[in-house]
Design a protein around this ligand. Structure first.
Ligand SMILES: Nc1ncnc2c1ncn2[C@@H]1O[C@H](COP(=O)(O)OP(=O)(O)OP(=O)(O)O)[C@@H](O)[C@H]1O
Length: 260
């Protein structure tokens, strides 16, 4: 099987800080992969390199949609990476707080439209059709993540758990093949985490592959098919979550002797 994402010998330096050092791993289509490691291990830097926020210092990142040729994405601009089918959420929720829930999701969908400024000013038929389709897609996406009835509330008025759902909805609205979630369970209560796990499975069932950074081991153990562990910017271990949790090197580096 051709990997959906192939990270090969990826390194990223910030001045003298070696945030990533020759990290390699693959993600296959349809997998839910956990990227774990202690604070400062380099997880967010890896997300940023894939998403086009950080430019790799060395190594390659290839993205291969099923049926298409692999494309090298290391160093591409974020909007180009999104257009290829990679979406992400952030460790610290980044919504347009003053906009409505619906508008936040519509913004995500606009990356799939082609109408230009002139079309918007002249209100052309093409632009109107696209607006209708953006609206419909955003409504469906909100229903999918369980935010029906919140369309006209401002994003900032939502509960914390619902704001995380909204961020996921906005990412899904871009039509990704790979969704990268950066600590989606952070700050959630146990009920919200359980509901998040259901949502993650539901997203995968729609054919979206998921790469997840998460410190909540119950969530990692509950949803991940496989985990990749990094420590001090280096690949440390990889495999079935339960096997990895027993790996002495991982316990020493990160799990601190337990998974609860
Ligand atoms: N823009 C930057 N400039 C300088 N150093 C950075 C930058 N971004 C990250 N780093 C450093 O790179 C290393 C990896 O950071 P990163 O945020 O990727 O780790 P992380 O595994 O996501 O950590 P956490 O679990 O705490 O979020 C850290 O030493 C961090 O201080």
């Amino acid at each position: 099987m051709t990997a959906l994402l192939n990270v090969d010998n990826l390194s990223k330096n910030f001045g003298g800080v070696k945030a990533l050092q020759e990290v390699s791993f693959d993600i296959n289509p349809g997998e839910i992969i956990g990227l774990i490691g202690p604070n400062g291990a380099g997880k967010t830097t890896l997300f940023n390199c894939v998403a086009g926020v950080d430019k790799p210092s060395a190594g390659t990142i290839n993205f291969c949609s099923p049926g298409e040729e692999p494309k090298s994405i290391g160093g591409k601009k974020p909007e180009n990476v999104t257009a290829l089918g990679i979406a992400r959420t952030f460790q610290n929720i980044r919504l347009f707080d003053a906009l409505t829930v619906l508008d936040n999701v519509k913004i995500g969908r606009h990356c799939r439209t082609t109408s230009n400024f002139l079309g918007a000013v002249l209100h052309t038929q093409k632009q109107q059709n696209e607006e209708t389709s953006v609206y419909d897609y955003a409504k469906k996406t909100l229903e999918f993540v369980g935010l029906v009835g919140h369309d006209h509330e401002t994003a900032s008025s939502l509960s914390y758990g619902d704001q995380r759902r909204l961020e996921i909805a906005r990412a899904l609205a871009t039509g990704p093949k790979l969704l990268m979630l950066d600590e989606p369970a952070a700050g959630m209560n146990p009920q919200e985490s359980a509901s998040l796990m259901n949502l993650i499975f539901k997203i995968r069932d729609q054919g979206v592959t998921i790469l997840l950074i998460e410190h909540d081991m119950k969530v990692v153990m509950g949803v991940c098919d496989r985990v990749v562990v990094i420590n001090y910017g280096q690949w440390l271990a990889e495999g079935d979550p339960r096997d990895v949790a027993k790996n002495p090197k991982v316990i020493e580096a990160y799990l601190g002797g337990g998974t609860d």
